[in-house]
Write a protein that binds this ligand. Structure first.
Ligand code: NAD
Length: 495
C-alpha cells in the first residue's frame, strides 16, 4: 500500500483531510490511496505557480526547449517505473503502456521544437511607415486535468506545452491513476525546472472547480468525459478562465461493400477491444453498408474468442480489465439494455467475465443496433461493439453524422472517389481512411467536433499554441517630429 501526495513549490505536501482509494483493476484490490487537496492546499499550489511564473515567463524559448529535452531523456531513463504504474493503476497491458509512453516521448520531441510553431505575424509598412507585429506571451498559470485512460501521455502533453510556452503548471490527475503525474514532478525537478513551475494537486471535481474559479488561474487544459468538459467550459466563461476541454466519443467505422472484409474485421476487433475499449479514439460502432453485413459480422465474431483476456501483469494478456467495479457495472447495465431495446446480443462478453475477480468485461458484440437505443446514444467506454446495418452509403452517413459525438471516424473501402467524398462530409475531428484509430502525430491537429470538444483550439497541432499563449499587436512608427500635428480624426490608413 502506498500513498500519493501533492507536490507544491518543489516539495512534497501531505496536507489533506480526505483520501481516495487506488485499485489495481486486474485484481479489484486496493493498492494505495491518494490524498485529496483542501481548498487551502490548492490555493498554495496556485500561489506557488503564480510566483514562479514571474521569472519563468521571462526565460528564453531555447532555454525552455532544452529543458524539455532533458526531461524527455529522464522520462526515458525512468520508463520501467512509468510503464509499471500504467499496468498496475490503469490496468493497461504491457504493450499498451509501452505504446503510450512512446507516444508521450514523441510529444516531447515535438514540443521541444516549439520554435517552429511559436512565430506570430509581422507586417511591414502597412501604412505611412507603420509596422505591426503580433507579440506572443504565455497566459500565466495553467491547470491540467486528465482522464484515467492516458495517465502517461496526457499529463505530460499538457505540462510540457504549458511550460515550453512560458506558463507555469498545476496538474490534477485522475484520482484513479495519480502516481505517474506525481512521478513527473520528481523528474521535472531532477531535470532542472525551477520550484513552483510544475505542481501537482490531487483531488476530484471540487478541486478542479476551485482551481478554475481562482482569480490567479488563467487556463484549464481538460480531457475527460463530455459532461465534465461542458460544465467546465461554462465555468471558465463565468470566471474568465481560458478553457480547452476535450470530451467523450462514439467513433463510427463505416465499411463499404467493396472493402476487404478480413482486413475490416481485423481493424474493427483491434480498435474496439484494444485497451478494453477505453480509448477516446476506440471504434465503438461498426456501420456495415449493403449486403456484406452478415459476412462482416461473422468475421468479427469468429475473431473474438481468440482474444486473450486476463490480468495485465501477465505479458500474454491482450485484453485487460476496465478501470473500476463502478465502470464494470455501468457497462453491464448497457449490455442489459440491448435486447429489451430491440438489438441482438451476438456475443455476450459477460459469460467470459462473470467468474473473474477483477474488473473484467468480456468482449461483447451487439447486432441490429439503431439510433435511439441506449447502447447507441451513450459512450459506453468498454469492450462493447455495436453493429449497425445501413442499406446505402447515404444512410450510413446520415446515421453517423446525426450522432452527438464527433471525436473520430473511419471508413473502410477501396474506392478513392467515395473516400474523398467521405473525408469532406464526415462530421468528426480526426478521421481515417482504412485507418481505424486515426490519432494523428503531433504536428497535426487533434480535437473533436460536436459534443466531443468544447474548445476553439485543438489539443495539439498548430492551433494548440493559441490556447497556451495570448497575443497583443504592437504598432510602430518612427516619424519626423517636425511633421507632428494634432488630428482628432479616426486614424486612416490611406498614406
Ligand atoms: P471524467 O470526466 O470522469 O474525469 C476526468 C477528470 O476530470 C478527472 O481528473 C476527474 O477527477 C475530473 N472530473 C470528473 N468530473 C468532473 C466534473 N464534473 N468537474 C470537474 N472535474 C471533473 O473522465 P474519465 O472517466 O477519467 O475518462 C474517460 C473519459 O475521457 C471518456 O469520456 C473519454 O472519451 C474521455 N477522453 C477523451 C479524450 C479526448 O481526447 N477527447 C482522451 C481521453 C479520454
Amino acid at each position: 500500500m502506498y500513498k500519493v501526495d501533492h507536490f507544491i513549490n518543489g516539495k512534497s505536501s501531505s496536507e489533506s483531510n480526505k483520501t481516495s482509494k487506488i485499485y489495481n483493476p486486474s485484481y479489484g484490490t486496493e493498492i494505495g490511496e491518494v490524498l485529496c487537496a483542501t481548498n487551502e492546499i490548492a490555493d498554495k499550489a496556485v500561489e506557488s505557480a503564480y510566483e514562479a511564473s514571474k521569472a519563468w515567463s521571462k526565460t528564453g524559448l531555447i532555454y525552455r526547449s532544452e529543458l524539455i529535452l532533458k526531461f524527455r531523456q529522464n522520462v526515458i531513463n525512468r520508463s520501467k517505473e512509468i510503464i509499471d504504474l500504467g499496468i498496475s493503476e490503469a490496468g493497461k497491458t504491457r504493450p499498451d503502456a509501452e505504446a503510450e509512453l512512446d507516444r508521450a516521448v514523441q510529444a516531447l520531441t515535438h514540443i521541444a521544437g516549439v520554435q517552429h510553431f511559436y512565430p506570430s505575424h509581422y507586417s511591414q509598412n502597412v501604412a505611412g511607415g507603420i509596422d505591426i507585429a503580433d507579440l506572443r506571451f504565455p497566459i500565466g498559470v495553467i491547470v491540467g486535468v486528465g482522464p484515467f485512460n492516458f495517465p502517461i501521455l496526457i499529463p505530460l502533453l499538457h505540462s510540457a506545452m504549458a511550460l515550453v510556452t512560458g506558463n507555469t503548471y498545476i496538474g490534477k490527475p485522475s484520482e484513479k491513476v495519480p502516481s505517474v503525474s506525481r512521478l513527473y514532478a520528481d523528474i521535472w525537478k531532477e531535470s532542472g525546472l525551477p520550484d513552483g513551475c510544475y505542481n501537482v494537486v490531487n483531488g476530484d471535481k471540487e478541486t478542479v472547480e476551485f482551481l478554475v474559479r481562482h482569480e490567479k488561474v488563467d487556463g484549464l487544459a481538460f480531457i475527460g468525459s463530455t459532461a465534465a468538459a461542458k460544465s467546465l467550459k461554462m465555468l471558465g466563461v463565468e470566471h474568465n478562465t481560458k478553457v480547452q476541454a476535450l470530451g467523450g466519443a462514439k467513433n463510427h467505422m463505416i465499411v463499404l461493400p467493396d472493402a476487404d472484409l478480413d482486413m475490416s474485421a481485423d481493424a474493427a476487433v483491434s480498435a474496439s477491444f484494444g485497451a478494453a475499449g477505453q480509448r477516446c479514439m476506440a471504434v465503438s460502432v461498426v456501420v456495415a453498408v449493403g449486403d456484406i453485413a452478415d459476412e462482416l459480422l461473422d468475421k468479427i465474431k469468429e475473431r473474438m474468442p481468440n482474444l486473450v483476456m486476463g490480468v495485465t501483469d501477465d505479458d500474454k494478456t491482450q485484453l485487460g480489465p476496465v478501470i473500476s467495479p463502478e465502470n464494470k457495472d455501468r457497462i453491464y447495465s448497457f449490455i442489459d439494455s440491448a435486447e429489451p431495446d430491440g438489438a441482438t446480443l451476438v456475443v455476450d462478453g459477460r459469460i467470459r467475465s462473470n467468474s473473474l475477480e477483477g474488473c473484467f468485461v468480456g468482449p461483447t458484440l451487439i447486432d441490429n443496433v439503431k439510433p435511439g437505443m441506449a447502447v447507441y446514444e451513450n459512450e459506453i467506454f468498454g469492450p462493447v461493439l455495436s453493429f449497425v446495418r445501413a442499406k446505402t452509403y447515404d444512410e450510413a452517413m446520415k446515421i453517423t453524422n446525426s450522432n452527438n459525438f464527433g471525436n473520430g471516424a473511419a471508413l473502410f473501402t477501396r474506392d478513392g472517389g467515395v473516400a474523398k467524398k467521405w473525408s469532406d462530409e464526415i462530421q468528426a475531428g480526426s478521421v481515417g481512411i482504412n485507418v481505424p484509430i486515426p490519432l494523428p502525430t503531433y504536428a497535426h491537429s487533434f480535437g473533436g467536433w460536436k459534443d466531443s470538444a468544447f474548445s476553439e483550439t485543438k489539443g495539439f497541432g498548430p492551433s494548440a499554441i493559441e490556447f497556451y499563449t495570448k497575443t497583443k499587436s504592437l504598432s510602430t512608427r518612427w516619424p519626423d517630429p517636425a511633421d507632428s500635428k494634432v488630428d482628432l480624426g479616426f486614424p486612416r490608413n490611406d498614406n
